[in-house]
Design a protein around this ligand. Structure first.
Ligand SMILES: [Zn+2]
Length: 142
C-alpha cells in the first residue's frame, strides 16, 4: 500500500476512534443528529412514517419525502387516500415510545456531560425531541 494511503487509513481509524470511542456517540444519537440537521436545513417533520424503519419522514425543500434514518428518499403512492387508522395509531405510539427513549438517553448524557459545547449540542437535540414528541401526541389525538 502506498504510504499516503496508509496515512489516510490511519487517520480514518483515529477519526473513528475519536467519534465513536472518545465522544462515545452511539449510532442512534448520530441518527437523531442527522434528523436535527434536516430540521435545521428547513425540512419539516411529517406525520408519515418510513415504510422500512418506521422513523418519521421529513419533507425537504423541493417537496420530497426523506427518511433521516435510512438516508433515503421515500415516494408515497396514493391509493384510495385512506390509510388504516389502527396501523397509523400504532405507528405513532411506537414512534412516541422511541422518542421518549431517546429523551431518556439524552437526559442521562446531559447529567454526565460537563463540556459546555457538548451540553449545547445535547440541548439542541433534546429540544427537537421534545417538539417532535409534542407533534406526535397531537397527531395521535386527532
Ligand atoms: Zn427509514
Amino acid at each position: 500500500m502506498p504510504s499516503h494511503l496508509k496515512l489516510r487509513a490511519s487517520l480514518k481509524l483515529i477519526f473513528n476512534y475519536i467519534v465513536f470511542e472518545v465522544l462515545n456517540l452511539p449510532k442512534e444519537i448520530k441518527d437523531i443528529q442527522h434528523m436535527v440537521d434536516l430540521l435545521k436545513q428547513g425540512a419539516t417533520l411529517t406525520e408519515l412514517a418510513c415504510p422500512v424503519c418506521a422513523s418519521p419522514l421529513f419533507r425537504v425543500q423541493g417537496g420530497e419525502l426523506w427518511c433521516g434514518k435510512c438516508e433515503k428518499r421515500v415516494i408515497v403512492v396514493k391509493e384510495g387516500e385512506t390509510p388504516e387508522k389502527a396501523t397509523s395509531q400504532a405507528q405513532l405510539l411506537s414512534l412516541e415510545g422511541t422518542v421518549l427513549m431517546k429523551i431518556q438517553t439524552i437526559e442521562n448524557r446531559i447529567r454526565d456531560e460537563e463540556n459546555i459545547e457538548e451540553l449545547q449540542k445535547l440541548n439542541t437535540v433534546l429540544t427537537s425531541l421534545l417538539e417532535n414528541l409534542e407533534r406526535l401526541k397531537k397527531m395521535r389525538e386527532r
